[in-house]
Design a protein around this ligand. Structure first.
Ligand code: BES
Ligand code: MN
Ligand code: ZN
Length: 481
């Protein structure tokens, strides 16, 4: 999907057919809006609600900004998305949302506000439906943001558009069926993105993966006829102050392996590369977002199938760093591919590592469909990532990594089993296994995004399917290092 053309102007152009204007639910509406009509139609000004009415000089999309006491820059993302949704049949619109908000709040950061608004305008146009014979169409091509032409606003818009593009790229990857987004195809599209986005890219094929001794990735791939891939991406700015690593779980389809899932359990398992998609999507935005640190991404890609030579329960795999894992449940495969990826990431001694993975149903049971579980070996870094998530409008909640649970993974034959005891805490035991593969002194955060990577419901800024969760947090973290 082509990005919007978003320009700034001092005031809304007279020629605009439709102007998006913001109103707060608890404040008086501007005199020039047809208040009686809005009341009669039940418009309450709640955030995310819109209504199109006849104004004095043409159509007005009135956009709810919610209660002014709860308003932040983040609210403009939702407002922008609802405006874009309401403008589906317009080619060009103008909006005063930015000044409607900043006129009430002089403490608002205009750059961030513009960024959030641009993100929302882009995300609200996302339709999905790639395989519909009649492609769904969103006509909006051009938006004029009226009120300020300041550089901070223009820069904010550009950054917001790049981040939204990364998030929509992640959605497209997740929404692509497991049968077409094979590891080879995923790697190919990632390499094309890297070329277009100023990144270095290294793709390991089966032979290279064997040579690199990625035993977890090979073990999971063993039941598949699709070869695995392992992709490394690097963003290298001039004079980087630090190097951080992103790791993403890239299971292009999770059938569970011989510990096969139920039919229902498999229905959404094309989403099991949601962590990888978020990492790749975030990497695509680093150049446009002027990220000052070096970022290395490590993305293992395979499906988890059950062909004749699939890994059997009881088989032992040797991970890149030499540690061995007894696989008792082949459906606990994410930790196996991440073990290799975290080992490789640690070898390069980065200043910090963040991994994203649709890792456990247990995390969904604990936190539900919209909140990611955050686990970490470092309180300060955990705070930093949680802060970035907050600034990006993505919800996380910290979960512990209790050292005394580690004995649940004791194996009589190998260094560890790949599952804990069946007594709850499955998100934590998965996190504890990952921790075994992170270099001792490296601050590390694990985000279990099994819930928020996917949605079965519609919201203002999301559509059914992949959400692109995690892209904004990663870019925010790298941008403000
Ligand atoms: N990909 C799944 C986790 C998942 C579940 C993601 C639901 C998104 C929605 C993962 O590979 C898995 O199967 N985990 C098992 C682990 C168990 C066997 C220890 C799980 O959560 O049941
Ligand atoms: Mn699984
Ligand atoms: Zn999985």
């Amino acid at each position: 999907m082509m990005a919007l053309t978003i320009t700034t102007a001092r005031s809304a152009p007279a020629a605009a057919l439709l102007v998006g204007r913001g109103v707060f639910s608890n404040l008086d509406r501007p005199d020039d809006l047809p208040s009686a009509v809005l009341d009669a139609r039940g418009f309450d000004g709640k955030l995310g609600k819109t209504m199109i009415v006849e104004g004095a000089n043409g159509l007005v999309a009135v956009v709810g900004l919610g209660d002014s006491s709860e308003f932040t820059e983040q609210s403009l993302r939702r407002a922008g998305a609802s405006l874009a949704k309401a403008s589906r049949r317009q080619k060009a619109i103008a909006t005063t949302l930015l000044t409607d908000a900043t006129s009430v709040f002089n403490g608002l950061n205009p750059g961030l506000a513009a960024q959030c608004l641009a993100e929302g305008l882009e995300l609200g146009r996302y339709l999905g439906g790639a395989y519909k014979s009649k492609a769904p169409r969103h006509d909006l091509k051009k938006v004029t943001i009226a009120g300020s032409t300041a550089k901070a606003v223009k820069d904010g818009i550009a950054v917001g558009q790049a981040i939204a593009a990364g998030q929509m790229m992640a959605r497209d990857f997740v929404n692509e069926p497991g049968g077409t987004l094979t590891p080879a195809e995923f790697a190919k599209r990632t390499a094309a993105m890297a070329k277009a986005s100023g990144l270095q890219c290294k793709v390991m094929d089966l032979a290279a993966i064997k040579k690199a001794k990625l035993g977890g990735l090979l073990g999971v791939n063993r039941g598949s006829t699709n070869h695995p891939r392992f992709v490394e991406l690097t963003w290298s700015p001039a004079k980087p102050k630090a190097t951080i690593a992103f790791v993403g779980k890239g299971i292009t389809f999770d059938a569970g392996g011989l510990s096969i899932k139920s039919g229902t359990g498999m229905m959404t398992m094309k989403c099991d590369m949601g962590g990888a998609a978020a990492v790749v999507g975030a990497m695509s935005a680093l150049k446009a977002a002027n990220v000052p640190v070096r970022v290395r991404a490590y993305v293992p890609m395979t499906d988890n199938m059950l062909g004749g030579d699939a890994t059997r329960p009881g088989d032992v795999l040797t991970i890149r760093n030499g540690k061995t894992i007894e696989v008792l449940n082949t459906d606990a495969e994410g930790r196996l591919v991440l073990a290799d990826a975290l080992s490789l990431a640690s070898e390069a001694k980065p200043d910090a590592i963040v991994d994203l993975a649709t890792l456990t149903g247990a995390c969904v049971a604990a936190l539900g469909p919209k909140i990611a579980g955050l686990m970490s070996n470092d309180d300060a870094f955990a705070e930093k990532v949680a802060g970035a998530a907050g600034d990006a409008g993505e919800r996380v909640w910290r979960l512990p990594l209790p050292a005394d649970y580690k004995s649940q993974m004791d194996s009589p034959i190998a260094d560890m089993k790949n599952i804990g005891k069946p007594m709850g805490g499955g998100a934590l035991t998965a996190g504890l296994i990952l921790q075994e593969f992170v270099g001792d002194a490296i601050p590390w955060v694990h985000l279990d995004i099994a819930g928020p990577a996917w949605t079965d419901g519609e919201d203002v800024e999301t559509r059914k399917g992949g959400t692109g969760y995690g892209v904004r947090t990663l870019v925010e973290l790298a941008r403000n290092w």
